[in-house]
Design a protein around this ligand. Structure first.
Ligand SMILES: Nc1nc2c(c(=O)[nH]1)N[C@@H](CN(C=O)c1ccc(C(=O)N[C@@H](CCC(=O)O)C(=O)O)cc1)CN2
Ligand SMILES: NCC(=O)N[C@@H]1O[C@H](COP(=O)([O-])[O-])[C@@H](O)[C@H]1O
Length: 216
């Protein structure tokens, strides 16, 4: 009987964070196993990454459902078939209903490409450039009903250069994402990370509102 935590990853696109998690599980840097991948987009390259890694994967298109509630109810059914210990959003581009969030409360993580609470929502890199920010970054947080408002666990910062495009910034952020997401997922798999009263707890210590530390 494996004592590895069972991880289900939700994607919508390229899946580079999924790949980082699969790789970290493979090297033992995560005390877990990605047992399933679900995408809401049929041609998400992340599905190819899962297939190549021998990870079960499926598409559940939101376009085939009449409501967000109906989609999320079916999504719960799909995910629970894998009996997950942890559900990880890795570029999953759907706002989740309160019912979904409550079902996985405390074992639902997201990675967001900004230094929360700045720039919740979408298009974060361009917004940082347009604002003239000299520093940008990424946040890993527990998912709550409030969009990108859940307790932050860990952040990493990147510099913004004058000539940066959104694509340049996205690439720089991705490098940090692939570093910190496996760290946080492993903390959870080691039973070191929990959520209580909308606060992230690491090694029995409540984390500050910007997480464990601002990783440079
Ligand atoms: N209830 C929650 N749901 C989700 C959270 C969350 O914190 N609470 N995090 C997001 C991830 N995310 C940013 O990190 C995000 C994803 C999607 C959207 C969004 O506006 N989606 C639109 C569709 C956009 C598209 O299809 O391109 C929508 O769902 O109508 C905002 C933020 C995941 N869900
Ligand atoms: N609002 C959610 C959001 O924008 N998430 C972002 O989507 C990208 C997915 O890349 P990937 O598919 O290569 O992992 C990542 O940069 C992640 O931070």
């Amino acid at each position: 009987m494996s004592d590895k935590k069972r991880i289900v990853v939700l994607i919508s696109g390229s899946g580079s964070n999924l790949q980082a998690l699969i790789d970290a599980c493979g090297t033992g840097h995560i005390a877990g196993e990605v047992v399933g991948v679900v995408s809401n987009i049929a041609d998400a390259f992340g599905l190819t990454r899962a297939e190549n890694a021998g990870v079960a994967n499926q598409v559940l298109s939101h376009r085939e459902f009449s409501s967000r509630d109906a989609y999320d109810q079916q999504l719960i059914q799909c995910i629970d078939e894998y009996t997950p210990d942890l559900v990880v959003l890795a570029g999953f581009m759907r706002i989740l209903t309160p019912e979904f969030v409550q079902h996985y409360q405390g074992k639902l993580l997201n990675i967001h490409p900004s230094l929360l609470p700045k720039y919740q929502g979408l298009n974060t890199h361009q917004r940082a450039i347009d604002a003239g920010d000299e520093t940008h970054g990424v946040s890993v947080h527990f998912v709550t009903e409030e969009l990108d408002g859940g307790p932050v666990i860990l952040q990493a910062k990147v510099p913004v250069f004058a000539e940066d495009t959104a694509s340049d910034l996205a690439e720089r952020v991705h490098e940090q994402e692939h570093r910190i997401y496996p760290l946080v997922v492993n903390w959870f798999c080691q039973d070191r990370l929990t959520m209580s009263e909308n606060c992230a707890i690491l090694d029995n210590e409540p984390l500050a509102e910007n997480g464990y530390a601002n990783e440079e």
